[in-house]
Design a protein around this ligand. Sequence first.
Ligand SMILES: [Zn+2]
Length: 237
Amino acid sequence: MPPKNPINKAMKSHSVSHASESKIASNSQNTIDLLFEGVIKFKEENFLAYKELFENLKEGQNPHTLFVGCADSRVVPNLITNTLPGELFVVRNIANIVPPYRAADEYLATTSAIEYALEELKVENIIICGHSHCGGCAALYEESHFVNMPNVRNWLKLIEPVKTQVLSLNPKTTTMRAYLTEQINIERQIMNLFTYPKVKEKYLARTLNLYGWHYIIESGEVYNYDFKKHEFNLLKG
Ligand SMILES: [Zn+2]
């Protein structure tokens, strides 16, 4: 049996070499060198440890879970769930947003990924994973910052109602405001999932489970959404 998670192993070996390479990584040329080295290291070490798994995966994927996460570089789905390649179908975007379902002539990346996960891959679970210190959620309160990013500004309009809801709760501190924004955003994205006809059908037939997670970057903790109590509770063993 190979060790459980190649990504954990990769993270460890990266962190060992990272200290000595941190100066090098400070300019972009050497940053790309690090990535090239990483590719070779992966092939020579982690890939070999999981050769059989990758060999089997060439036949196709059968992921059990659709993971909708933020594009933030600090949120690494396979790492925080201790899962292997082939287990998670992942779609990531700024602020882990699920746009309301519609069929359109536009190029709908997130909507099409969700559609594919349901229709073709027939996933059993969907996790909406938000996180602490989310720049996308914080951006709701600093619109001027995005004056040169019309597409980002437009994308975040999808979660404008979150801001309204949070402000109505009158949070006392900016930390509290941030947590509320991130958690209410997760709740709202779960609600948006129900605009997808297949989600509603499968959820009612109890063949699809939905989860909302709030991942805390600095502690590694995940708070799981309780649908009945409308609150997030720490996942613990
Ligand atoms: Zn984020």
